[in-house]
Design a binder for this molecule. Structure first.
Ligand SMILES: [Ca+2]
Ligand SMILES: [Ca+2]
Length: 366
């Protein structure tokens, strides 16, 4: 019994400081060389935002494992710790030892090859107990679930993403020691990464929900130009952000729209941001044809800009060019010609003087 007690203390020491091999206990055995451990992380296949995810870890091995400690990492853009983590030992892990976890999640247990700001981590440790002169051990070639805990899908998790949860193979803190015979407390086997075959199987459940997409509201002819990230064929003037609702519809679980006006209003250059919580998923710029200064009116202020552009006194931004290029030299009724010149100016003068109007849905028709 004395030896067993000493052994337990050694096991505990190794479990707590796994890179330190404590000597002084009896003989060293020789590993047979075919030892393996397969660590499989599993979850359900799909989750919705805000769901609780029960993560189960299964160990399959062919030697007497008397202690382990390893991190279980998770994509922190998808998961967070819930109020109750609920670490639970299962099977022989429950019957033959004691489990605990460090959930400080400060990045200190994440291998340096990973960006700690992108990953969360729970460090799980299991240490065998001793009962009837026998050291508890995990040894099951069929594999068994050894522990589980809970994560929570973040409310702003993106639909369609795979939320990876895994034990990193770079972590080497759990295979230093095994005992060949659980009733032979005097012989140690020292395993290392060369003599122990390790296999890691991650879980990659898919987060469900509607994918995020900004679309024209049914019945409107508003254009959402994904190439240039422009939104046009709205109305002039845009009296408030409420008007956008008449033209646009946002799809996607938990997504919201946020508007950023220009200095003068919600005209050309105003931003439409697609948000998930506080994260900006994508952003578009408003184009009001005939409006250069961003107030959403096509009037004398814009005419002054246009005259300056035509006379090369100032240079229009890309979006100002797009907004003022309403006439094509070739006479196209469906597009401009990429330049703001005298042709456009003639029409802009007419619009500014209220002699003609500019159809935001068909600005190129004279
Ligand atoms: Ca204007
Ligand atoms: Ca033009």
């Amino acid at each position: 019994m004395l030896i067993v007690k000493k052994l337990l203390s050694v096991v505990m020491a190794i479990a707590l400081v796994l890179t330190v091999v404590t000597v002084g206990v009896s003989a060293a055995g020789t590993a047979s060389g075919d030892e393996y451990m397969t660590i499989t992380v599993s979850t359900n296949e799909n989750y919705m935002p805000d769901d609780i995810v029960t993560v189960t870890v299964n160990i399959k091995n062919n030697y007497n494992c008397t202690a382990f400690r390893f991190p279980v990492m998770f994509d922190s853009s998808v998961y967070e710790f819930p109020a109750v983590i609920g670490l639970t030992a299962l099977g022989n892990c429950k019957a033959k030892g004691t489990i605990g976890a460090n959930t400080s999640n400060d990045g200190s247990f994440i291998p340096t090859t990973y960006n700690a700001s992108a990953w969360g981590c729970i460090l799980v440790q299991w240490t065998a107990n001793v009962a009837n002169n026998e050291v508890g051990a995990l040894n099951d070639e069929g594999g068994q679930a050894v522990f589980s805990f809970n994560l929570k899908v973040k409310s702003d998790a993106l639909a369609g993403t795979a939320g990876t949860i895994f034990v990193p193979e770079e972590y080497d803190g759990f295979y230093y020691q095994a005992i060949g015979d659980v009733t032979d407390a005097t012989t140690f086997y020292y395993l290392n990464s060369e003599t122990l075959t390790r296999t890691f199987v991650p879980a990659n459940p898919i987060i469900l929900g509607d994918p995020i997409e900004l679309v024209a509201r049914e019945g409107s002819t508003t254009v959402i130009d994904e190439t240039n990230k422009y939104v046009y064929a709205l109305e002039s003037p845009m009296s408030s952000t409420q008007v956008f609702n008449n033209y646009l519809e946002l799809k996607g679980t938990n997504a919201t729209l946020q508007y950023e006006g220009t200095l003068y209003g919600y005209g050309t250059g105003a931003k439409i941001n697609v948000m998930l919580g506080t994260n900006k998923v994508t952003s578009y710029e408003v184009v009001i044809f005939g409006d250069s200064n961003g107030d959403s009116y096509a009037d004398a202020y814009d005419l002054v800009d246009a005259i300056n552009f035509v006379n090369l006194l100032s240079i229009p931004s890309d979006i100002q060019t797009f907004a003022l290029d309403i006439i094509s030299a070739s006479g196209s009724a469906t597009s401009g010609d990429g330049v703001v010149d005298a042709y456009d100016l003639v029409k802009l003068v007419s619009v500014a003087n209220l002699m003609s109007s500019l159809d935001q849905a068909n600005p190129y028709q004279s």
